[in-house]
Design a protein around this ligand. Structure first.
Ligand code: ADE
Ligand code: ZN
Length: 326
């Protein structure tokens, strides 16, 4: 038992969260009230987010995001999510931030949002010892043209805080390769690259992400398990998977954690990491993810050490930040 709580209490790092998706429902409801925006339809009676399936989840997510009307709201959001994460022992977190939701991918507006977010993150670092880095994130179902605008925002702000380009949204729309222009622009600006792939579509999508976009990490990627040739390609190229087990179970990619491929992927030699994705949407926290993995797969301290190493090796932040956290 002591060994279990030692694991749960250890400092944790996660690479895959969405800033809007990490918003506590009470925080979003409070802002909605302040601003007289009626989004009561997205909440259940108990105050949690209400949605049926992945596509509905994305629309509820966008409705929740509609109350985040300016930089000040994103600053408050940043403080709220970092407080929650720090309470769960998280010391390093990367979060997807969409220029689309921060000023409609206008570069000048995006910079104002980022300043506000960074100020809040700096304060959280001082007060709670948690470090945040941002990954600018085009939304796949908004299409390749919008993605170019988002990538331009990313390229213009590449630095210590914005460390990567990611892509989220509905994997069933279009192809990874449709977004090559945006990923090329980001790479040239010195940004690291990741994209959601192999959460809803199969292994070919993961292969496309690596071959057509040149990403070094994959968001989810779990369905590669259906083609071991693609699994071995990931091992050979040392691609890291940002795995979000609770998210996958909650959204029904797998019925139960027992069926989740994270353990098979890890045992075969894939660099797997553990994240929460959109914690309140999936009723999870990093502590809960760790507790569930310990219970279902019998993970011990050595395995969590390996997860930690995978995570910090694949983190997009600079060497100084890594050295400070390790
Ligand atoms: N945006 C927020 N969460 C997401 C997920 N799990 N997959 C794709 N896009 C998302
Ligand atoms: Zn995600």
């Amino acid at each position: 038992e002591d060994r279990q709580s030692a694991i749960l209490n250890r400092p944790k790092a996660e690479l895959h969260t969405h800033i809007e998706g990490a918003a506590p429902p009470a925080f979003i409801q409070g802002l909605a009230k302040e601003k007289n925006i009626d989004i009561s339809r997205i909440f259940r009676e108990d105050g949690s987010y209400d949605y049926r399936d992945f596509v509905h989840f994305l629309s509820v997510y966008e409705a929740a995001t509609s109350v985040l009307t300016g930089p000040a709201e994103f600053a408050r959001l940043t403080t709220a999510i970092l407080t929650e994460a720090a309470e769960n022992g998280v010391v390093y977190m990367e979060t997807f931030i969409s220029p689309d939701f921060c000023g409609g991918s206008d570069v000048a507006a995006w910079k104002e949002y980022l300043h506000a977010i960074q100020d809040a993150a700096d304060a959280a670092q001082r007060d709670m010892g948690i470090t945040l880095c941002g990954i600018a994130t085009p939304i796949r179902h908004f299409g390749p043209d919008k993605a170019k605008l988002a990538a331009r925002c990313a390229a213009e702000t590449a630095g210590e805080f914005i460390v990567g380009l990611g892509m989220g949204g509905d994997e069933n729309q279009g192809r990874q390769g449709d977004f090559a222009y945006s990923f090329d622009m980001a790479r040239e600006a010195g940004l690291h690259l990741t994209t959601h792939a192999g959460e809803w579509r199969g292994p070919q999508e993961v292969r496309d992400a690596v071959e057509d976009l040149g990403v070094t990490r994959i968001g989810h990627g779990v369905r590669v398990i259906e083609d071991l040739a693609v699994v071995d390609m990931l091992i050979e190229r040392e691609i890291t998977l940002e795995i979000c087990p609770g998210s996958n179970v909650f959204l029904g990619v797998y019925d139960k954690l027992e069926q989740h491929p994270i353990e098979k992927l890890r045992e075969r030699g894939v660099k797997v990491t553990v994240s929460t994705d959109d914690p309140p949407f999936f009723r999870t926290t990093m502590r809960k993810e760790y507790a569930d993995l310990m219970r279902v797969f019998d993970w011990d301290a050595e395995i969590f050490d390996q997860i930690d190493r995978n995570t910090m090796d694949a983190a997009f932040c600079g060497a100084d930040t890594k050295a400070r956290i390790r």
